[in-house]
Design a protein around this ligand. Structure first.
Ligand code: MG
Length: 269
């Protein structure tokens, strides 16, 4: 789940460097996210509702002894988030609410964001999937967003700063003619879903950037729009979509900074 700028301002937590035991628990929490992704990739098809996907995801999370972290997540005095995944279709960017009335259609793209808590530690990750055959534009958007995340992760090493991740993602996305969302960002993660540091997907000298250190755990999550970066919030209080109605994609991994290569925690193996 992406951090809104207000969330990060409100939380004001220090950066927490994790010890080995904590990293082990985060690995397990994030592995469950990977298992859910696999089930989502199998289940997504024309005719399936986003509520059905949510049900599958919640069952898997609980079967693994974890709790869906999004369910009941509070937000700016509005209604708590009612589901275990965020399911955001087409022009929706993030935080879409699963519904029995949202039926996937051939040609849609769907971003599925999954959050888990395992023994007190958080997992958070998102993928965007095509529903059946999709347009060339949609296919390219998904590819560029996924690659932008990999390029950001490649910067996540000791000697670099969070701002290096932000700049690398922005540069790559813009070189493909797309724009990165600004109001929602990556974030530190651990016992809380949203910890410091905030990790933007674009360069902004007004936001503090942090030196990367071993034991930092970050949820990196570029959200990429075909058109403008501007967003609007729907009246349900949660769903964020592109202001201009163009398509949007979203990928997110939780990673750990190490002495060498960054460790990607949201994965299956
Ligand atoms: Mg997140």
């Amino acid at each position: 789940m992406g951090a809104g700028s207000e969330d990060v301002k409100r939380v004001k937590m220090a950066v927490v460097l994790k010890q080995k035991r904590e990293l082990d628990l985060m690995r397990q929490a994030n592995r469950i996210v990977g298992v859910v992704w696999e089930a989502m990739a199998d289940a997504v098809a024309p005719g399936v509702t986003t509520a059905a996907l949510d049900e599958i995801a919640e069952r898997i999370i609980r079967q693994h002894g974890a709790i869906p972290s999004f369910k009941g997540y509070p937000h700016r005095g509005r209604n708590d988030f009612p589901a275990s995944i965020c399911a955001s279709l087409n022009q929706e960017i993030v935080h879409g609410i699963p519904s029995v009335h949202r039926v996937l259609q051939e040609g849609d793209i769907i971003s599925i964001d999954v959050g888990t808590i395992y023994k007190g530690y958080q997992g958070d990750g998102a993928i965007t999937l095509p529903v059946g055959r999709v347009s060339e534009e949609a296919r390219r958007l998904i590819e560029v967003t996924k690659a932008a995340l990999d390029i950001g992760i490649a910067q996540a090493r000791v000697g670099k700063r969070t701002g290096d991740i932000s700049q690398a993602i922005e540069k790559y996305v813009r070189s493909h003619g797309f724009e990165v969302v600004r109001e929602y960002t990556g974030h530190g993660i651990g016992r809380s879903m949203h910890e410091d540091p905030q990790v933007l997907n674009y360069y902004n000298p007004e936001i503090r950037d942090y030196a990367l250190k071993p034991g930092m755990t970050l949820a990196l999550e570029p959200m990429v729009n075909v058109g403008s970066w501007k967003t609007r919030l729907l009246s349900d209080g949660w769903t964020v979509e592109t202001a201009d109605g163009t398509l949007s994609a979203h990928f997110e991994h939780t990673i750990a900074i190490t002495d060498g290569e960054p460790e990607i925690m949201t994965r299956l193996d």
